[in-house]
Design a binder for this molecule. Structure first.
Ligand code: DX5
Ligand code: ZN
Length: 215
């Protein structure tokens, strides 16, 4: 089953509640946290998550684009995140395992993300204990960028590994997703599609979410 995760980075923050309601037929709500160090941008964090958590029952899909995420994974889990994903480039191997354990210890799902230049092999030591792998299909930091088609072989490689090993691990893609790139990612094996601008700029967001799913 293909899942759609609208990214509220593309929402109108003066209308955040209405914008969240407008995408409530989606599967997850994607929440991009940027610290100005791991990426060249700053977005929003825990106080906003706490408000969003009170407002919606949607599954909150947290994407931490921050340095040394071990410091914060528990806080994001306790503040209402359901899936906590952080970047493999942002922590030491030992701390990556500790962070996954902390997330699981709070009964939440743990994900690891890869920047476009990071090869699939970097997440393989952890893939057996992950609930989700997130392949960035743009350089993290900004919405509205063009999909990097060179990421398709990496998506296929990870999809094959997940299937061959029979893992219960979702494969998410993030960046430049529209109906055309969504179809290519699904064909390569992705099952969760993050979409920011494409969903929030459409006139009928619910219909657009259905269109992205492809059925
Ligand atoms: C980029 C973020 C994305 C972003 C996607 O660093 O991780 O989630 O919101 O935006 P679009 O879909 O507009 O490329
Ligand atoms: Zn994201």
């Amino acid at each position: 089953m293909v899942k759609i995760a609208p990214s509220i980075l593309a929402a109108d923050f003066t209308q955040l509640g209405n914008d969240i309601k407008s995408v409530s037929t989606a599967d997850y709500l994607h929440f991009d946290v940027m610290d100005g160090l791991f990426v060249q941008n700053i977005s929003f964090g825990i106080p906003v998550l706490e408000s969003v958590r009170k407002f919606t029952d949607m599954i909150l899909d947290i994407h931490l684009m921050i340095e040394k995420p071990l410091r914060f994974v528990e806080k994001f889990a306790e503040s209402g995140g359901d899936i906590i994903t952080f970047h493999v480039e942002a922590e030491t191997p030992e701390n990556i395992r500790l962070a996954i354990d902390k997330i699981h210890g709070l009964g939440k799902k743990a994900g690891l993300s890869l920047k476009p230049e990071t090869p699939a092999v970097e997440v393989l030591p952890y893939i057996d204990i992950l609930d989700l792998v997130l392949v960035m299909t743009v350089d993290p930091g900004y919405g509205g960028q063009e999909f990097i088609a060179d990421m398709l072989p990496k998506i296929k490689e990870l999809s094959d590994i997940i299937n061959i090993r029979g893992l219960n691990c979702e494969l998410e893609v993030d960046g430049g997703i529209n109906p055309e790139t969504a179809a290519r990612c699904i064909k390569a094996g992705a099952n969760v599609l993050v979409a920011g601008n494409d969903v929030f700029n459409s006139h009928d967001r619910a219909a657009h979410i259905t269109l992205l799913r492809g059925y």
